[in-house]
Design a protein around this ligand. Sequence first.
Ligand SMILES: [Zn+2]
Length: 108
Amino acid sequence: MTFSDEPKRRKPISKSEWEVIKASHNYSCVICGKTEKKVGILVQAHIKANSRGGSQVLPMCATHHEMYDRGLLSAAQLKKIGLTKKSSAKLVPKQKKKETYFDGSEVV
Ligand SMILES: [Zn+2]
C-alpha cells in the first residue's frame, strides 16, 4: 500500500521517468527554483498542456504545488510553467468560489 494524497485519477509516472523530469529541471521547483535538497521533497505537479491534450509532470516544492492545485499562483509564477491565470483557471475547476450575497458582495 502506498500513501499518497494525489487523487486516484492521476496516472502515476514511473520512478525513472520522474528522475528524468527532475534532472531536466536541475532537481528544483519550477516556480521558486529551490532545490530538492532545500525543500526536502519535490512533488509531481500535473500540468495539462491544452495544446497537446496530454498532461505534463513538473517538479514543484510542496508549497507551490499546493498553491497550484488551489489556483493561487500569481500570473508571473504561472508564466514559468507556460500558463496564464485564464488557462490555469480551466485546469483547476475544483477551485472554491467565494460565496457572495445576492447583491454580489462577498461573504466574509
Ligand atoms: Zn517552490
